[in-house]
Design a protein around this ligand. Structure first.
Ligand code: HEM
Ligand SMILES: [Cu+2]
Length: 592
């Protein structure tokens, strides 16, 4: 009933003088919008389209790896160049590898989380009306399709997409055809766009928090997105510099990386991984924030160890700049340096484990409502544990010398980065969809989607560890050509078939998403009875977010199942002044 009370209070509040805005054209409203929520949806939808492209490439790669040497007349009919003569052409395969990684890391995960969710959640959850710099925000978004266009254009130039992988190691990337230059330009623009976006997130979090929203009351989502933006501020410039230098090497006659001209190819690896390791945390930290939020709201229990959660986010962010050498153990670095990077790498396991135990403690004896959102959040914890443990194995230089560049590494990073961050995105979409679109998604389809995805992920990526132990290198097109591998055929069949199940399951999600957007049942303001400020706004919130005054914050965001609250009160939102008022309902709750 408490809930009814707050809703009534909120509804009463909504009838107040509405915020007035000039009528806007379709273009200003939905295309060149400066409203953070529209921009969030633009990022999110573009990132999902890119995920579909990246996923399609993955399916093609699994076709090849499942049955190398087989002919596919149907695929030849659809893509005559890629499947000339019925078999996949190796250049296309390597181009697909590069574009799959690039698309999934940059255009899907980073964009969905640090573009979509950062835009949607930061202003709403801190009680602001918009970002600090709305026009810059719009420009950041519009740089992003430009970057995508450059990357995708590489498929259509002479030589096709570059075959160097998302890490673009020199000297190969120095010698690669023109597509590599387009890729580098794309990456440069993207980094610039993310930097501009991050400046907005940082400034907004620092300066635009509403009355009462101290840092100790900040939802963990905002903490995570804010710290992620700080990490980006220091990481993105390294890749910007590196890509610019490589562009110069390729077209400008310099020799930064070319040993023939006195350059150093290892320099690229340092610059890339100085960016690249923080980048993997740029995608996992926001997912961690989302998961904490969803577990608390759907588990009806405060997040366990809030301060330790914040501390771990900060520690992980700091340490993430000190571990890049674990990607380079086999580059010939001195063993002493290897040991140092081992120590820092294993140190990251500590804050990671703190977070993991806190999630488990949050789940333990909670009143978990098993929604699609909470299933994905719980699934995240499982994937994070599986992937984290293999990370600890790889962190030992002596072990890594064997595993480096095998499928063991592919298994590791797909669990922890690919799949775990993907689960964070799904948990976030199922949780915030009602607020974004004012309608509910179908829970039953959501749960089917979850189980198929969960099983598909384990079926696809778990066996990869065995391939790695058998010595199968990553980024090879025809494992059947290597005698030393023994029989890896069965494992590869299992992986490919699981991957197809995983891919097919995403069609259910796509249907649910688009159907619900237009036809789903109308959402109330606070369908999950959650505590953070966005649930105080109408669904979807109008331009300017709050119908009247900005909300005022009276408490931390995790007052679920509070101990001393009156009978029937199972949560007290941040905007409610005193516990008693939650049941009293009426006009005082949430007003100034
Ligand atoms: C306990 C934490 C972790 C440890 C100890 C760890 C350790 C490692 C090590 C040693 C490697 C290098 C393996 C090699 O290339 O031979 C590696 C690769 C990788 N890790 Fe982790 N990792 C951890 C967490 C994460 C997280 C949270 C993410 C992402 C969200 C991640 C993403 C990656 C990626 C993307 C690669 C490979 C990149 C590539 O070569 O293309 N790792 N990890
Ligand atoms: Cu790393």
């Amino acid at each position: 009933m408490a809930h009814g009370g707050t809703q009534a209070a909120v509804a009463g509040h909504a009838t107040g003088a509405a915020h007035h805005h000039e009528p806007q054209s379709f273009w200003r409203r939905y295309i060149f919008s400066t409203d953070h929520k529209i921009i969030a949806i633009q990022y999110l939808l573009t990132s999902l389209v890119m995920a579909a492209v990246g996923g399609f490439l993955a399916m093609l790669m699994r076709v090849q790896l499942g049955w190398p040497g087989k002919e596919w007349p149907l695929l030849e009919a659809i893509m005559p160049n890629a499947f000339k003569g019925g078999q996949m052409n190796p250049d296309f395969y390597y181009g697909a590898i590069t574009m799959h990684g690039t698309i999934m890391v940059f255009f899907f995960l980073t964009t969905a989380l640090s573009g979509g969710f950062a835009n949607f959640l930061i202003p709403l959850q801190i009680g602001a009306r918009d970002m600090a710099f709305p026009v810059l925000n719009m420009l950041s978004f519009w740089a992003f399709p430009v970057s995508i266009a450059f990357a995708l254009a590489s498929f259509f130039v002479q030589g096709g997409a570059p075959g160097t992988g998302w890490t673009a190691y020199v000297p190969l990337s120095d010698r690669e055809t023109a597509g590599q230059t387009l890729w580098l330009i794309s990456v440069f623009i993207l980094m610039l766009a993310f930097l501009a976006g991050g400046i907005n997130y940082i400034t907004t979090t620092l300066n635009m928090r509403t009355k009462g929203m101290s840092f100790s009351r900040l939802p963990l989502t905002v903490w995570a997105l804010f710290v992620t933006a700080l990490v980006g501020l220091f990481a993105f410039p390294a890749l910007m510099a590196a890509s610019l230098m490589l562009i110069f090497d390729r077209v400008g006659g310099t020799h930064f990386f070319d040993p023939a001209g006195g350059g150093d190819p290892i320099l690229w690896q340092h610059l890339f991984w100085f960016f690249g390791h923080p980048e993997v945390y740029i995608v996992i930290l926001p997912a961690m924030g989302i998961v904490s939020e969803v577990l608390a709201a759907h588990g009806r229990k405060p997040v366990f160890g809030y301060k330790y959660m914040v501390g771990s986010i900060l520690t992980i962010a700091g340490l993430s700049f000190l571990v890049w050498g674990h990607h380079m153990f086999s580059s010939g670095m001195s063993p002493t340096l290897g040991s140092i990077f081992m120590a820092t790498t294993l140190a990251i396991a500590i804050p990671s484990a703190i977070k993991t135990f806190n999630w488990l403690a949050t789940i333990y004896r909670s009143k978990m409502r098993f929604t699609a959102a909470s299933l994905y959040a719980i699934g995240f914890v499982s994937l994070f544990i599986t992937g984290g443990l293999t990370g600890i194995i790889l962190g030992n230089p002596s072990v890594d010398l064997y595993f480096h560049d095998t499928y063991f590494v592919v298994g590791h990073f797909h669990f922890i980065m690919g799949a775990a961050a993907l689960f964070g995105v799904f948990a976030g979409i199922y949780h915030w969809f009602p607020k974004m679109f004012g309608r509910m998604m179908n829970e039953r389809l959501g749960k089917i989607h979850f189980w198929l995805t969960f099983l598909g992920i384990y079926g696809t990526f778990f066996p990869m560890h065995f391939l790695g132990t058998a010595g199968m290198p990553r980024r090879i097109y025809n494992w059947d050509a290597y005698q030393f591998l023994g029989d890896v055929a069965t494992l590869n069949h299992v992986i490919s078939i699981s991957a197809f199940v995983l891919g097919a399951a995403q069609l259910i999600f796509a249907y649910n998403l688009f159907y619900s957007m237009f036809r789903g049942p109308k959402a109330e303001r606070n369908p999950w009875q959650a505590n953070t400020l966005e649930w105080w706004a109408p669904s979807p919130p109008p331009h300017g977010n709050w119908d009247e005054a900005e909300p005022v914050v009276y408490r931390w965001p995790y007052e679920y199942s509070p101990k001393d609250a009156p009978e029937g009160v199972d949560h007290i939102p941040q905007w409610v002044p005193e516990p008693a008022l939650a049941t009293a309902g009426g006009d005082r709750a949430g007003s100034r």
